[in-house]
Design a protein around this ligand. Sequence first.
Ligand SMILES: [Zn+2]
Ligand SMILES: [Zn+2]
Length: 352
Amino acid sequence: MSKMNAAMFYAPKDVRFTQIEIPSPGPGELLVKIGAALTCGTDIKTYERGHPTIIKKVPSTFGHEFSGQVVALGEGVTQFKEGDRVCTCNAVPCGECYYCKIGHRNLCEDLLILNGAYAEYIVIPERMVRFNVYKIPDHMTYQEAAVSEPLGTAVHCIRHAGIRQGDTVAVLGSGPLGLMLCRLVYLQGARVILSGEITEERQRVASEFGVSDFINILEVIEAQDRVQLVKELSYGGRGVDVAIEAAGFPAAWEEAIQMIRKAGTVVFHGGCKAGTTITVDTHTMHYSENKLIGVYHQDPDDYRRSFQLLASRLVDGRKFVTDTVPLNQLISAFERVRRIEGIKFAIDPSVM
Ligand SMILES: [Zn+2]
Ligand SMILES: [Zn+2]
């Protein structure tokens, strides 16, 4: 068997670019040649500190947002053929555990997670092939198809947000997910205020996505001032109907709570560090009937909707990709994202 290029995680801040055996597909599986693999905040965190569930043993391949072309079929695969361009969500539920049975497949107790997109080839497991693999239409690029995984979590978030036409919604956080959420909020018929680190590129993309008002936290430093600005932009100054937190900091969670009107909703999409807590004013919570909702991950139906939003270009996935770089520039791409120099980078693993 011949070899392929791969980024291998050995330890935090120790990723090596090397050649490993090309895996072969087992029954029901697909061997896919990666067309595009995207940078994601989760992979950057994994690079910096490791990850308890993604990296189980070292050295390990990593990277999880990808699309590519089927080059070999495992035994028994009939719904795909060699040459098909495909994408998949990198996690799939079992369909049989307690949470799957009660309709919370995103909380599956036996979630199967796939990693290894920062490599030339990847094997898609049988369960994923059954539930979560989609053929990419001709007009759609590999890069935009690879956006389907993160966008699926935004679809899941919006499903719980209860947004109605004419609402005013604040999105906190201007990273890739914040921008995806802005677009989905706009598609619900709501007015969108984006509060985050607003660079020229992000402002342009967010404006194209329908964001009408910006609060740049690099300029409006104090949280109280940002809350005030959001209130002024809301109907009657009462606060927004819905606030969505997509920054992943406890302080931003608390800030979001202060931005809503009475009986408003806060949805927490950004995961904070384990062990962190927030303080909630019980008096306000009680007398204002606030709704505070946590959301996590996605289920196969969210993923299907995400794929369709991208295929129809109701969400234009091309806008999230700042640049394409060869595999051995993965770490510098991570660093550029950290410096807010881009939104996402596409990694081309065939070049090293
Ligand atoms: Zn991701
Ligand atoms: Zn399950």
